[in-house]
Design a protein around this ligand. Structure first.
Ligand code: G3H
Ligand code: 13P
Ligand code: ZN
Length: 307
């Protein structure tokens, strides 16, 4: 069943859980994620970046996800992640996505409001839901001043104005997380109290990007088989639980799946140097992604929430 983020996330807030948004670039990632969702009766959001569309092809992406939604006994949303190009956003709205993100976070506030409002207008007639972003996804460093730190984090009053003026369904906020495997130099520092402050002021659904945990186990397996992932650090599980308790409804995960896939593909290649069957090489990577997604579904408390 293909649904919108709006529907999934409203139900999540009512039920005090969050829905995972998992990035894909190919068939194996999609099968792993939707397989995990079906197994645990959980809704999931399939997130596609502009880079993923370029890599896999628009028609492949839309076709694969629509088919998965028809076959899997789980509610699935097809979401454009970090949309920046208006032509791509329009193609997604017209071409079968149920949700789009317009990421104007690098723009000055007024320009971010203007582009985001435009996307909300474009999406309205198709019933497609819209996520905007306010704030900078950057780690909180020790050596920056309070003023610099506050400039990166989402300001609650500004968030209120942004949501009122744009009419977005969902808002990605900056509370100290960042994309990728290297989120913190030392101990993780997050401004989770901001989530509650923002949730108290805006009527829309809140999104946490850069939420991968970067578990040591898969990093070690990848490194044992030839990777060089050093000093990687992610968001602790208890911070994710606290973020959901304070009002986050959508949690974005890409890096943890990438690390798991890399670890187990490398392992397969290293242990069977004679192997040339792609199914024997990519299969273990696919199984490892499925385990990651099951862990996340349990962490986000969305298990059993498929209706
Ligand atoms: O936040 C971005 C996602 O991890 C997707 O990354 O632009 O490399 O596809 P990408
Ligand atoms: P991670 O890099 O922490 O997995 O975050 C992914 C993300 O925010 C995609 O939009
Ligand atoms: Zn992101």
């Amino acid at each position: 069943m293909l649904v919108t983020n709006r529907d999934l996330l409203r139900a999540a807030r009512r039920g005090k859980y969050a829905v995972g948004a998992f990035n894909i670039n190919n068939m194996e990632f999609l099968q792993a994620i939707t397989g995990a969702a079906e197994e645990l009766s959980s809704p999931v959001i399939i997130a596609i970046s502009e880079g993923a569309i370029k890599y896999a092809g628009f028609a492949n992406v839309v076709g694969m996800v629509h088919l998965a939604a028809k076959e899997r006994a789980a509610p699935i949303s097809l979401h454009l992640d970090h949309g920046k190009d208006m032509e791509t956003i329009a193609a997604c709205i017209e071409g079968g996505f149920t949700s789009v993100m317009i990421d104007g976070s690098a723009l000055p506030f007024e320009e971010n409001v203007a582009v985001t409002k435009k996307v909300v207008e474009m999406a309205a007639s198709k019933g497609v839901s819209v996520e905007g972003e306010l704030g900078k996804l950057a780690g909180i460093e020790d050596n920056v001043s309070v003023a610099e730190r506050d400039a990166a984090l989402t300001d609650p009053a500004q968030a209120e104005e942004f949501v009122r003026r744009t009419g977005v369904d969902a808002l990605a906020i900056a509370v100290g997380t960042s994309h990728g495997a290297y989120k913190f130099k030392g101990e993780p520092k997050l401004a989770l109290d901001r989530i509650g402050d923002i949730a108290g002021r805006v009527p829309c659904l809140l999104v946490l990007h850069g939420a991968s945990g970067v578990k040591r186990e898969n990093v070690e397996i990848a490194n044992r088989f030839g990777a060089s992932i050093k000093g990687a650090r992610g968001v602790p599980d208890d911070a994710i639980v606290e973020a959901i308790d304070r009002g986050i409804a959508k949690v974005n995960i890409d890096t943890d799946m990438r690390i798991a896939f890399t670890a187990y593909v490398r392992k397969a290649l290293a242990e069977k140097p004679e192997e040339i069957d792609p199914r024997k090489i990519l299969g273990p990577g696919r199984d490892a992604i499925r385990e990651v997604v099951k862990e996340k579904i349990r962490l986000f408390r969305s298990e059993g929430k498929a209706k």
